[in-house]
Write a protein that binds this ligand. Structure first.
Ligand code: NAD
Length: 439
């Protein structure tokens, strides 16, 4: 099939390359000429394991191209995937829908023949129905320009495998879009034939599946972080608590590790947008618990600062602090709402000299926080440090020898913000080791 993928960021660039890999002819569209030029020359403008190889292969076999022209996109595509961002609004907690609106406004006037537009972005419930009406109004094809919703569940760091072989597909189909289900079945013929579960539902349910799933994941993380707060007040150990809880298969161990909490370009803004939309719909009370989920999450960042102060003898000014990790999670260079970087920046604001190292997110971090120092290796960052903070759980940090690190610091003190280092070997090497929710 001839597909376009509009918005070639983390989601769209991956979707475009994976759809080409599945055998479709794909045209990627973005408003940023530099991004399009990079992708067209085989460079992925962000870090995502496996994506560069997929991009190169499908550029070379001619199934994948990129453009900034909506006119070209409209001429080319039978199905158009809208993958643009839905960040938090600058003036509130709702989703900023200007980019999803702009896709329809730019594409629709060029749609002269029957077409399907498929939304993949995470949007407040009700957005798809509004966009469908606008699409029919603006496009010369009128009602033959159909709209469906197909929310995306990929995880950064695993995006390629999650797109080629998702754990489920959800198609939000409206009665006004009679051809959309069949077209989506053809797009996803390969994963469907491989047995990927398919849920066919209406537009609002499809929109809600994504926001509800993210709200659930955020709640699970904040639940165990709330337990960490209780553990801190009682001398209990949250790592042993969560390990013991996870044997109950009804609970499970995923997303149940206490630490500095969630960040990134999805969970924080998605739960806030969800609460805002619920307020608009008059059901705000149903989601009031998410306010607490958000608050628990943000309190963990403050807790690291308090712990750092405790370990450094109450004064952070003038201390040298090494921060291991800048990305919001490992296997990604994404620093959007990264807990690690926020903590680094707040330490700097209190007068500490902060040296950051991250295996992949250094360029992004440097652009966003030029006031911080950046080191070429974890040991360089730790040179002369009064305290090390382990804030993004890259495997590289777990592999470090605590004795070797002890040889370069001024004081062997470490806060494990992810509760994942082998605390016994760090303590055995002479370190003062602290973690959130543990004695
Ligand atoms: P992103 O910011 O990386 O990418 C958005 C892209 O859209 C950018 O390249 C931007 O230049 C482009 N764009 C903006 N306006 C445009 C326009 N009018 N026409 C064409 N292109 C335009 O964002 P992302 O992380 O890829 O997220 C996109 C959406 O997918 C969001 O709604 C997000 O919540 C959702 N999502 C993201 C992930 C993820 O892991 N990143 C996972 C699932 C869902």
């Amino acid at each position: 099939m001839r597909l376009t993928v509009i918005g070639t960021g983390y989601l769209g660039a991956t979707h475009a390359a994976c759809m080409a890999e599945l055998g479709h002819e794909v045209l990627g569209v973005d408003v940023e000429p530099d991004k399009i030029a990079a992708l067209q020359s085989g460079q992925v403008p962000f870090y995502e394991p496996g994506l560069p190889e997929l991009l190169m292969r499908n550029l070379a076999n001619g199934r994948l191209r990129f453009t900034t022209s909506y006119e070209e996109a409209a001429d080319f595509g039978e199905v158009h995937f809208s993958c643009v961002g839905t960040p938090q609004r600058n003036d509130g907690t709702g989703a900023d829908l200007r980019y999803v609106d702009a896709v329809i406004e730019s594409l629709a006037p060029h749609l002269r023949r029957p077409t399907l537009v498929v939304g993949k972005s995470t949007v407040p419930v009700g957005t798809a129905a509004r966009l469908a009406a606008r699409l029919a109004e603006l496009s010369p094809a009128g009602a033959r320009a159909e709209l469906a919703w197909n929310p995306e569940f990929l995880r950064e760091g695993m995006a390629v495998q999650d797109t080629l072989r998702p754990d489920r597909l959800v198609f939000g189909i409206s009665p006004e879009a009679p051809h959309s289900e069949q077209l989506l079945r053809e797009v996803y013929a390969t994963p469907l034939a491989a047995g990927v579960p398919l849920v066919i539902t209406d537009l609002p349910t499809a929109e809600l599946v994504k926001t509800a799933a993210n709200a659930f994941l955020a709640t699970k993380i904040s639940f165990i972080n709330a337990m960490a707060e209780v553990c801190e007040a009682t001398g209990a150990d949250v790592a042993q608590l969560s390990a013991s809880m996870s044997y109950d298969t009804r609970i499970g161990g995923r997303f149940l590790q206490a630490g500095i909490g969630f960040g990134g370009g999805c969970l924080p803004k998605d739960i806030r947008a969800f609460m805002t939309r619920a307020d608009e719909l008059g059901v705000g009370e149903a989601l009031s618990f998410l306010r607490e989920v958000d608050a628990i999450n943000l309190r963990r960042r403050t807790r690291v600062l308090t712990l750092a102060e405790e370990l450094c003898g109450s004064q952070l000014a003038g201390r040298h602090i090494a921060v291991w990790g800048a990305a919001f999670k490992p296997d990604s260079d994404d620093i959007r709402d990264s807990p690690a970087l926020e903590i680094a920046q707040r330490l700097h604001a209190r007068g500490a000299s902060v040296s950051v190292y991250d295996p992949k997110a250094m360029d992004n971090a440097r652009k966003r926080h030029p006031e911080l120092d950046y080191a070429a290796t974890p040991l360089d960052a730790a040179e002369g440090a009064d305290l090390i903070l382990h804030l993004t759980e890259w495997p590289e940090f777990r592999a470090l020898d605590p004795h070797a690190v002890a040889g370069v610091v001024a004081h062997p003190r470490i806060i494990d913000g992810r509760n994942i280092l082998d605390h016994e070997s760090w303590r055995a090497a002479g370190w003062t080791y602290r973690a959130l929710g543990r004695p």
